[in-house]
Design a protein around this ligand. Structure first.
Ligand SMILES: NC(=O)c1ccc[n+]([C@@H]2O[C@H](COP(=O)([O-])OP(=O)(O)OC[C@H]3O[C@@H](n4cnc5c(N)ncnc54)[C@H](OP(=O)(O)O)[C@@H]3O)[C@@H](O)[C@H]2O)c1
Length: 325
């Protein structure tokens, strides 16, 4: 099969298409003939050598895919050859085939075509697991989501609104602020022009913050938390080492949590996928949550797709069509 790897760390040109042996379905796994995948920030970090795949996972990039099941391993029930599915992967999405634990395979969300379904597993699982399973956002609470115009941000805004929360978000341009408002954000702050902390404080503070910036925003996020607020850090775009002011956090009885989805064991990922199918798929079916595709790029042009993500000029998701070569 053809697959995209980055044998030597570097810029987008480090990505190459290579021939690898076809994967086989081990016990509890299925093989998917991939139709599409998508670019995630983690892929760009992996390409640069900062984010190796979890132990035992392949070097092929790609955290999600859609396609048709072509092989069913021993002990798998509920899936058959030919089923159209999407899947959350530890690695291997930028390829023609992937083997994946059956618990990470999901039926297509209602009303979503096979190609577009590729951009949904990573954002749906990340947002649901962090905002709802970890931080337990409740109807009527306020969510601050940084980077509302990005892949994760788009879905976080829509899901939180659909489930009755108030949403404040940050974005880096007037156009992206407008996009966030059109997705339902109650307040969208242009982070280039305005300090989000003051805006959020005036609203009574954030009960939950979904943060992609890490160190750069740690102090400001803690300041923006409401009493009993929960800050969940999922990205480190602003660095890894910051100073935590416990004097600000303690009187709020606040929590700072940092998580990653990719490194979780398959059984935890399976539980998240099951929760996503139960809670998120119906909202997609009702048209309350959509994943937006900024551009569809053939996976052979993965370097261009990474350049686009790193330029920051995209909104929503960048889709890689695997069958188009
Ligand atoms: N821990 C996990 O399990 C997990 C899983 C998936 C994703 N993530 C993380 O989630 C983040 C988003 O991923 P993605 O795939 O959605 O990438 P993406 O589409 O490229 O989104 C990146 C976002 O960062 C925003 N941003 C850049 N500088 C900012 C700043 N100073 N303040 C606020 N926002 C800023 C961008 O906003 P503008 O475009 O408006 O400038 C953009 O919305 C990444 O950090 C990724 O590593 C973590």
């Amino acid at each position: 099969m053809r697959a995209v790897i980055a044998p030597d760390p570097g810029g987008p040109e480090a990505l190459i298409v290579t021939e690898l042996p076809d994967p086989e379905a081990g016990p509890g796994e299925v093989v998917i003939d991939i139709v599409a995948s998508a670019v995630n920030r983690a892929d760009t970090q992996q390409r640069q050598g900062f984010y190796p795949p979890p132990k035992g996972a392949s070097d092929v990039l790609g955290l999600e895919c859609s396609g048709r099941i072509s092989e069913v391993g021993a002990g798998v029930t509920g899936w058959s050859v030919g089923d159209e599915v999407c899947a959350l992967l530890a690695a291997g999405g930028y390829a023609e085939k992937v083997a994946v634990p059956a618990g990470q395979v999901m039926a297509l969300p209602p009303g979503v075509d096979l190609v577009t379904a590729a951009v949904i597993p990573e954002v749906a699982c990340t947002v649901w697991s962090n905002v709802f399973m970890v931080a337990n956002l409740q109807p009527g609470e306020t969510l601050l989501v940084h980077g509302g115009a990005g892949g994760i941000g788009n879905v976080a805004i829509q899901l939180a609104k659909a489930l009755g929360a108030r949403v404040v978000t940050t974005a880096g341009s007037a156009e992206k602020v407008e996009l966030c408002q059109s997705l339902g954000a109650d307040v969208a702050v242009n982070y280039q022009l305005e300090d989000f902390v003051e805006v959020v404080k005036e609203l009574g503070g954030a009960d939950v913050i979904l943060d992609n910036m890490g160190a750069k925003y740690l102090g400001r996020n803690v300041s923006a938390l409401a009493t009993q607020g929960r800050l969940v850090v999922i990205g480190m775009q602003g660095g890894t080492k910051g100073e935590l002011d416990l004097g600000t956090l303690l009187p709020k009885r606040g929590a700072v949590i940092a998580t990653t989805l990719r490194g979780r064991p398959p059984e935890e990922k399976a539980a998240i996928c099951a929760a996503v199918v139960e809670h998120v798929w119906p909202l997609i079916g009702e048209g309350k949550v959509k994943a937006f595709v900024h551009e569809q790029i053939p996976f052979g042009e993965a370097p261009r797709a990474h350049e686009l993500m790193e330029s920051g000029s995209h909104s929503g998701k960048i889709l890689l069509s695997v069958d188009a070569g």
